[in-house]
Write a protein that binds this ligand. Structure first.
Ligand SMILES: NC(=O)c1ccc[n+]([C@@H]2O[C@H](COP(=O)([O-])OP(=O)(O)OC[C@H]3O[C@@H](n4cnc5c(N)ncnc54)[C@H](O)[C@@H]3O)[C@@H](O)[C@H]2O)c1
Length: 272
C-alpha cells in the first residue's frame, strides 16, 4: 500500500550528544505521546529525567525504553491538578536527581465542544489540568530553581489553540491561551534569576488523542492536503524543539512562542 506523506517523509533527527549533560529535567505527562518523546530525547542528550504522570505504569514503561547510559531516570505518580501531589513529586524529583534545572509542563487533556455545549464539569477539569496544573508545577519548580540559584528552563506545551480559537475546542483554547500568559508572566518575573519560560505550540502530531481518527487513509490524505507542508508532525520533531529550548543555545530566548505547525497558523487553518 502507498505510504501517506506523513509516513513517507521522515526528517533526519540527530540528538546532540551531551547537549543537556548535567541538566535535571522533570517532564509531566511523560507516560506516552509528546511527553514520552521529550523524555527520550532529553535522555539521549544526557539529561537526568523524572517523569511525573498520573499513569505511573506508563511512565515506568517509558523509563525502560529510554536510552540513557549513566543518567538518573525516575518516575513519580502525581495528578498535576492536585497541589500537594505536585509538591511531593517535585520534592521526590529533587531528592532523586539532586536538583531541578528544567520543567516541561506537558501533561494535558482535551475535551471537545463549543461554548454553547460546554458542560461545567468539562470546563472545570480542563482548567484544573491544563492551566492550574501548569501553575502548580511552574510555581513549585520555580521556587526551587530560584533557591538553587543556577537558573532554569520552563517549557510549556501550549498549542496553536493558544494563538487562535480552535473550532469545537472552546475550553481547550481558553486554557491554552491562559497558559501562554502564564508563560509570559513567568518569563518576565523570573528573568533576573536566569530562568527562561517559553510556550511550545504544536498542531497535528500523531498521538493517542488522534491515532484512531487518522487510521482512515482517505481522511489522512484529505488532512495532509490541507496542511501547508502536506504532512503531520511526529512527536520526535516536537521533542527536538523542546530539547533546543532546554539547551544553553536558547539561553536568551524567553517569553515567546515556538510555533510547530507546518504552517497551519499563518494560513489560519485547522487540520481537524
Ligand atoms: N498531539 C497534538 O497534536 C498536540 C497538539 C497541540 C498541543 N498538544 C499538547 O501536548 C501535550 C501532550 O499531548 P499528547 O498529544 O502527547 O497527549 P497524550 O494524551 O498522548 O499524553 C498526555 C499525557 O499526560 C498525562 N496526564 C493527563 N492528565 C494528567 C494529570 N492530571 N496529571 C498528570 N499527568 C496527566 C497522561 O497520562 C499522558 O501520559 C498536551 O498538553 C497537549 O495539549 C498536543
Amino acid at each position: 500500500m502507498m505510504k501517506n506523506n506523513t509516513e513517507a517523509y521522515r526528517p533526519h533527527l540527530t540528538p546532540a550528544p551531551n547537549r543537556l549533560l548535567g541538566k535535571r529535567a522533570l517532564v509531566t505527562g511523560g507516560a506516552r505521546g509528546i511527553g514520552q518523546a521529550i523524555a527520550s530525547r532529553f535522555a539521549q542528550e544526557g539529561a537526568d529525567i523524572c517523569i511525573v504522570d498520573i499513569d505511573v505504569s506508563g511512565a515506568e514503561q517509558t523509563l525502560q525504553d529510554l536510552h540513557s547510559p549513566g543518567a538518573c531516570v525516575m518516575a513519580v505518580q502525581a495528578d498535576v491538578a492536585d497541589r500537594s501531589s505536585v509538591e511531593q513529586a517535585v520534592e521526590q524529583a529533587i531528592a532523586g536527581m539532586g536538583s531541578l534545572d528544567v520543567l516541561v509542563n506537558n501533561a494535558g487533556i482535551i475535551t471537545f465542544g463549543s461554548l454553547m455545549e460546554c458542560r461545567l464539569e468539562d470546563w472545570d477539569r480542563m482548567m484544573a489540568v491544563d492551566l492550574t496544573g501548569a501553575f502548580h508545577c511552574t510555581q513549585v519548580a520555580a521556587q526551587r530553581m530560584v533557591q538553587q540559584g543556577r537558573g532554569g528552563r520552563l517549557i510549556h506545551l501550549g498549542s496553536t489553540a493558544a494563538l487562535m480559537p480552535a473550532p469545537q475546542q472552546f475550553a481547550y483554547s481558553v486554557a491554552k491561551s491562559g497558559l501562554k500568559m502564564l508563560s509570559q508572566c513567568a518569563a518576565l518575573e523570573l528573568a533576573p534569576h536566569n530562568i527562561t519560560s517559553n510556550l511550545l505550540c504544536p498542531q497535528g502530531a500523531i498521538t493517542d488523542i488522534n491515532r484512531e481518527l487518522l487510521r482512515d487513509p482517505e481522511l489522512m490524505k484529505a488532512i495532509e492536503k490541507k496542511i501547508p507542508v502536506r504532512r503531520l508532525a511526529s512527536v520526535e520533531e516536537i521533542a527536538a524543539a523542546a530539547a533546543f529550548l532546554a539547551s544553553d543555545e536558547a539561553a536568551f530566548i524567553t517569553g515567546t512562542e515556538l510555533v510547530h505547525d507546518g504552517g497551519c497558523t499563518i494560513s489560519g487553518l485547522w487540520w481537524r
